[in-house]
Design a protein around this ligand. Structure first.
Ligand code: BGC
Length: 263
């Protein structure tokens, strides 16, 4: 199926790259999720080659939306803390258009993708007010929404709390690296969320990333946060569905401001 609402969603992560065809009206996958290990070193060339291979396996020639684990502006990467340094200043949108031979490629931040998907189809569906989604994974990503509209490109995973970048004490990689118990780590996440709450006064926090399937392990330590906290409900699909939304008709996100060019 290849109409303007069916879009290939690609989620680039620190450990794996996932891709599936998405029906963006329903927020549902219409193909299997294909995965590739994130190449090491994770240079633009090797990552784009892996994405091209996934698209080829899915026999996909239509529009493509990509969730990228870093900050980009106008199709150019500014920062990608968990990927190879060669990404900085790389023209990712043009590179993907050429490599995939498709004219419509939209790229946005991976956490924004998850936030858009959860707001439309998941834990944030129909929620009014301010919703903050944080993805706790290799890094910490953030998405801030108000009445369902996204404020793109927030990088609140790098908020300094007590003089430390939050990613260094509240990401899941920090938990694994430091061999912290769920309680030790949960209390760090509590400190991080409390700081975010002080600044943004959200009505709802959504916790995404792999740990969203283990809320019973650490939600009980998030005791100083006043806002409601819920786990993301779309699991790994959120990043893929949201990435596809970047390229969907009628979805407003800065990532769509790149002009379409003929290949
Ligand atoms: C990056 C964010 C990204 C997050 C999750 C952080 O290190 O700065 O842009 O959303 O990791 O991948």
């Amino acid at each position: 199926m290849n109409d303007s609402h069916h879009i290939l969603g690609v989620d680039i992560g620190g450990t794996s790259i996932k891709a599936a065809v998405v029906d963006t009206r329903k927020g549902a996958l219409t193909s299997a999720v294909l995965r590739a290990r994130t190449p090491q070193p994770s240079t633009p060339k090797s990552v784009v080659a892996a994405i091209t291979e996934l698209a080829r396996k899915l026999k996909w020639r239509g529009p493509v939306g990509v969730g990228f684990p870093g900050l980009l502006k106008h199709g150019v990467v500014r920062r990608a803390p968990n990927l190879d340094a060669a990404w900085v200043r790389h023209e990712i949108v043009d590179h993907l258009r050429r490599a995939l031979s498709v004219s419509h490629v939209a790229v946005g931040n991976d956490a924004d993708a998850a936030g858009l998907a959860e707001a439309r189809f998941g834990a944030g569906r129909g929620v009014r007010g301010t919703v903050v989604l944080v993805t706790l994974g290799t890094g910490i990503g953030s998405a801030v929404l108000h009445n369902g509209s996204l404020l793109p490109d927030t990088e609140l995973g790098h908020l300094e709390v007590g003089g430390k970048d939050a990613e260094t004490f509240a990401s899941t990689v920090a938990r694994e690296r430091n061999k912290w118990t769920w309680e030790q780590w949960g209390r760090n996440v509590d400190r991080y969320l409390t700081t975010l709450e002080y600044m943004l006064a959200p009505d709802l926090f959504i916790i995404g990333g792999g740990v969203s399937s283990d809320p019973e392990q650490f939600f009980r330590y998030l005791e100083n946060v006043e806002a409601k906290i819920v786990p993301a409900t779309m699991g790994n699909d959120a990043g893929i569905v949201g990435a596809a939304l970047f390229a969907a008709p009628g979805v407003k996100a800065l990532a769509r401001k790149h002009k379409r060019t003929k290949v």
